[in-house]
Write a protein that binds this ligand. Structure first.
Ligand SMILES: Cc1ncc(COP(=O)(O)O)c(C=O)c1O
Length: 434
C-alpha cells in the first residue's frame, strides 16, 4: 500500500468523508488504489507522496487550473502578495480592480461581490435575488453547491436533484421547513419550467448555461423571456462553464444575458476566488440583508484572478482549451470505433467526458483508471483540459489508452471485468464511506 493510500485510511478515521470535496475522494476514482495526495504539481503533472509522477488527464484540480498547475505568471503575483501582505485591517485594492474587470467583460452587469468558494457565491446570489424579488421560491437546473437552500430540493424526495450532476445527495440536517422552496427543472424542457413558474410563486431561476449538452430550440432565450415577463431574477451559475469557451461567461456565446452570474473554479487558476456579478438594481439588494465574511477580504484570490484574466485574455486560453477538448473527443470516438465499443460523449469541449454504453460502465471506468494509473496517468472518463495539455501529452495519453480499450472490449465479449480489478468499483455519486 502506498503512502497516500495509508494516509487516506487515517483521514477517514478523523475527517468525516475523508476530505472536504466529494470529487477528490479516492473512492470516486479508484478505491484502495488511488494515490489520493500530492506532494507537488506543475503544468499538467502531479507527484504523489512516494515521488511517483503522473500526467493529469482527469480533473485538473476539479476544473480550477485551466492554465495548468503552478502557472508562472500567476504564481509570481501570489508570491508578491505574500511578500507585501495578504491580510490587514484595510481592504485590498485588487477587489475593486477585479470588480471593474468582470463588469467590463460583462457589460450587462454593474456590480460584483466576491467569495472564496462556488457554493458561497451561489448562496450569496440566492440571498440577493430573493431579497430583490421579494419572493422565496427558486427554480433550479444544475449543480449549485452544498448549502441548505439548494439541498432543500431533496427534502422529502431524495432523488429530485439526481439528474443535476450528483445523484444521492442526502439533505439530512437541512431544516424541513425549507421543503417546497426550491424546484428543479430539466435542462431543455421549457414546458416543465413554464409549468413550475405558473404553479408556484417563483422569484428566482438559477441554472447552469450548459452542463452535459447544449441548448436546443432556443431554450436559453425562452428562459430569459419567461423571467423578464414574470419579473423573475435570472441567474446563470457559470462556476464551471466560465472561461472555458469564452472570455468570461458561456452565456456570451449564446447572446443571452442573465440578471446575475456566478464565476468560480478557474477564475484564480487554483487560488480561491469566486464572484457574483449582476445588474445594479438587483445587486443593491445586498445592502438590505447581511452578507459578510472575514476571509472574503484576503488578497491572494483577487490578485491571482486579475493575473489569470490577463493571461487568459492575452493567450485566448479558452480557444486552446476548446481545441484540445474537441481533439480528445474525436480521438475517444476513433478509439472506441477501432475496438468496436459504444460510448456516449458529454460536456463542454473543455470539460469533456465519455461513458461506455454498457451495464458495466462504472466497472470499466474503474478499470481504465487502474490501468492508466499504472502507466503514469491520472485518468478517469472525463478531462478538464488545460493549456498545458500539449499535442505530445494528448498523443501519449491515447497511446496508453489504446490497449486499455482493447481490454474493455474483451470484457464486453465475456471476460469478467471484476477479475481484472485489484479493488472495488468506483463510486458513481454521493455515498457514505466506511
Ligand atoms: C456550476 C457549479 N456551481 C457551484 C459549484 C460549487 O462550487 P464549490 O465546490 O467551489 O463550492 C460547482 C462545483 O462543482 C459547480 O460546478
Amino acid at each position: 500500500m502506498g503512502t497516500g493510500q495509508k494516509l487516506w485510511k487515517r483521514a477517514k478515521q478523523i475527517i468525516p468523508g475523508g476530505n472536504m470535496l466529494l470529487s477528490k475522494r479516492a473512492e470516486m476514482m479508484l478505491p484502495d488504489q488511488w494515490p489520493a495526495y500530492f506532494s507537488k504539481a506543475k503544468g499538467c503533472r502531479v507527484w504523489d507522496l512516494d515521488g511517483n509522477e503522473y500526467v493529469d488527464m482527469s480533473l485538473m484540480g476539479v476544473g480550477t487550473n485551466s492554465l495548468g498547475y503552478g502557472n508562472h505568471e500567476v504564481d509570481m503575483v501570489v508570491r508578491q502578495v505574500v511578500e507585501l501582505g495578504n491580510m490587514t485591517t484595510l481592504n485590498c485594492p485588487e477587489e475593486v480592480y477585479l470588480a471593474e474587470k468582470l463588469i467590463e467583460m460583462h457589460p450587462w452587469a454593474d456590480m460584483a461581490r466576491f467569495a472564496r468558494s462556488g457554493g458561497e457565491a451561489n448562496a450569496i446570489a440566492i440571498r440577493i435575488a430573493r431579497a430583490a424579488s421579494g419572493r422565496d421560491k427558486v427554480a433550479v437546473c444544475g449543480y449549485h453547491g452544498w448549502h441548505d437552500w439548494y439541498l432543500s430540493a431533496n427534502l422529502g424526495e431524495n432523488e429530485n436533484l439526481a439528474g443535476h450532476l450528483l445523484p444521492g445527495l442526502e439533505p439530512n440536517g437541512v431544516p424541513q421547513n425549507l421543503r417546497g422552496t426550491v424546484f428543479p427543472f430539466t435542462y431543455n424542457n421549457y414546458a416543465e419550467l413554464e409549468a413550475l413558474v405558473s404553479a408556484h410563486d417563483i422569484g428566482v431561476i438559477k441554472m447552469e448555461v450548459v452542463r452535459n449538452k447544449g441548448p436546443e430550440d432556443n431554450f436559453l432565450q425562452k428562459v430569459r423571456k419567461l423571467a423578464t415577463d414574470r419579473g423573475i431574477v435570472l441567474i446563470f451559475d457559470e462556476c464551471t462553464s466560465g472561461f472555458r469557451q469564452t472570455f468570461g461567461g458561456l452565456h456570451k456565446m449564446y447572446g443571452v444575458e442573465p440578471d446575475m452570474a456566478i464565476f468560480g473554479k478557474t477564475l484564480g487558476n487554483g487560488y480561491a476566488i469566486t464572484a457574483t456579478i449582476g445588474r445594479r438594481e438587483i445587486m443593491e439588494a445586498a445592502q438590505s440583508t447581511f452578507i459578510s465574511s472575514t476571509f472574503w477580504t484576503e488578497r491572494i484570490g483577487p490578485a491571482a484572478a486579475l493575473k489569470t484574466l490577463e493571461v487568459m485574455e492575452r493567450t485566448k486560453s479558452w480557444e486552446t482549451l476548446t481545441k484540445i477538448g474537441l481533439g480528445i473527443r474525436e480521438s475517444w470516438q476513433k478509439l472506441a470505433d477501432k475496438h468496436r465499443l459504444k460510448i456516449d460523449q458529454w460536456g463542454l469541449p473543455a470539460l469533456t467526458g465519455y461513458t461506455f454504453q454498457s451495464p458495466n460502465a462504472l466497472a470499466y471506468k474503474t478499470l481504465v483508471t487502474q490501468e492508466m494509473l499504472a502507466k503514469g496517468y491520472l485518468a478517469g472518463n472525463s478531462v478538464y483540459t488545460c493549456t498545458e495539455h500539449t499535442p505530445e501529452i494528448v498523443e501519449g495519453y491515447f497511446a496508453a489508452l489504446d490497449p486499455v480499450f482493447a481490454l474493455v472490449k474483451e470484457c464486453e465479449d465475456g471476460r469478467d471485468v471484476m477479475g481484472l480489478l485489484n479493488g472495488p468499483v468506483c463510486h458513481g455519486g454521493f455515498k457514505r464511506l466506511n
